[in-house]
Design a protein around this ligand. Structure first.
Ligand SMILES: [Fe+2]
Ligand SMILES: [Fe+2]
Length: 387
């Protein structure tokens, strides 16, 4: 049987041992089983979902506070810049109506667009397995997950549009290669276990990257991220559950799970971007409170979380140097190949061409939907004007 069509039978009901572990994970918190799993993974730290909830509470509190100053419509010249600095300094949110430095606006457009493109292109590797999921339950879960990613793309394109760019312009930049998407989605999904490895590692890395963005200084982006992070948490949980089931299945299933983890580990580490010393956008982004932690800090946080999850899964991370360092309280690990990251980003990954061709075809095939929606909206406007 060809590797791409290899789907081993998966038992839907777990063994008592599996149930115990999952119940223990869930019991750590009263709010949700995902939070329990994450809290167990980071001893002494609150769960990632708790961080999202705290960011959401801060956002609501900030909206109720008087922001001070006269606002963008009244201030002029240097006062505009002072007002912007004051709002950012006070951890309030910059809104679309506010004046902002052009570099802040451009940087946000670049980041939000790249994020939105990643959500949309990221539907392809897993979409590849929708028609071959091994059970109805797994298929329903994967459908929900892939559909969530389309929704994430939608929230993010909408957030980018508040900065004065159109969605058509952003699509055009994606399809012409002038804007990038995450390098991770240029790797192929060879077996069903890859769906689990993507959920566990790729969505896991995405959450670690994105939870701090819930506190981003730009309001529409921060609000979109709160909703996205809650859903990403479910994505990571489903990947963990899938791999947990395979790891306790037949020898072939276990080997399939280990092989997927072996292939996805280093590309997932590379998702955090180049090392801090080589990162071009970080300093200004941190000063404007768009980014809150450096690439290396976030990568370490991900390793600390994931190394402990791997132990619960009973799978190995493919790094002989991996080990807990008592004095620092962190896990030692081997850095990914950043040369490979740069090659994949610049278009030389295993699936770059395939991903963009597929996206272009889908965009062209959907032209009639966009035309129909525009024609309907025009008809409604005409009727309203005549009434
Ligand atoms: Fe997503
Ligand atoms: Fe996701």
């Amino acid at each position: 049987m060809a590797a791409a069509h290899r789907v081993a039978a998966i038992a839907v009901s777990g063994s008592p041992g599996r149930r115990d572990v999952l119940q223990n994970l869930a019991a750590v918190t009263g709010c949700c089983n995902t939070g329990g799993m994450e809290r167990q993974e980071v001893p002494g730290a609150s769960g990632l979902l708790s961080e999202v909830a705290a960011a959401e509470a801060e956002l609501r509190a900030a909206a109720d506070r008087d922001r001070g100053g006269d606002g963008a419509g009244v201030a002029a010249g240097d006062e505009l810049a002072a007002y912007f600095d004051e709002v950012v300094g006070a951890d309030q949110k910059i809104e679309p109506r506010d004046w902002m430095p052009e570099a802040y606006r451009k940087g946000l457009v670049r980041q939000i667009a790249q994020h939105a493109h990643s959500e949309i292109i990221g539907m392809q590797p897993e979409g590849n397995w929708l028609s071959r999921a091994p059970s109805l339950a797994r298929k329903a879960i994967l459908l929900a997950k892939v559909q969530d990613e389309a929704g994430h793309g939608l929230y993010l394109y909408a957030a980018a549009e508040t900065l004065g760019v159109s969605r058509a312009e952003l699509f055009d930049k994606l399809l012409s290669g002038r804007q990038k998407y995450s390098s991770i989605f240029n790797y192929p999904t060879l077996t069903w276990a890859d769906v689990g490895a993507i959920g566990w590692l790729v969505d896991g890395a995405a959450i670690v990257n994105q939870v701090p963005l819930c506190r981003c200084s730009y309001g529409p982006y921060a609000r979109a991220m709160i909703r996205i992070c809650k859903e990403e948490s479910f994505h990571q949980r489903q990947g963990f559950d899938l791999l947990y089931t395979l790891a306790r299945g037949t020898d072939e299933q276990r080997a399939m799970a280990q092989d997927a983890v072996d292939r996805w580990w280093y590309p997932s580490l590379a998702m955090f971007g180049p090392p801090d010393a080589e990162s071009t956008h970080s300093t200004q982004s941190m000063a404007w409170k768009i980014k809150r932690f450096s690439n290396d800090e976030l990568r370490q946080k991900f390793v600390d979380m994931t190394a402990q999850q791997a132990e619960v899964l009973g799978l190995n991370l493919p790094d002989e140097a991996l080990g807990y360092d008592q004095p620092s309280g962190h896990w030692r690990y081997t850095q990914p190949d950043f040369g490979e990251l740069m090659r994949v980003i610049s278009g030389d990954g295993p699936c770059n061409r395939q991903r963009i061709e597929h996206r272009r075809r889908a965009h062209d095939d959907g032209a009639w939907v966009r035309d129909s929606a525009a024609a309907y909206a025009a008809k409604q406007r005409t009727r309203k004007a005549a009434a």
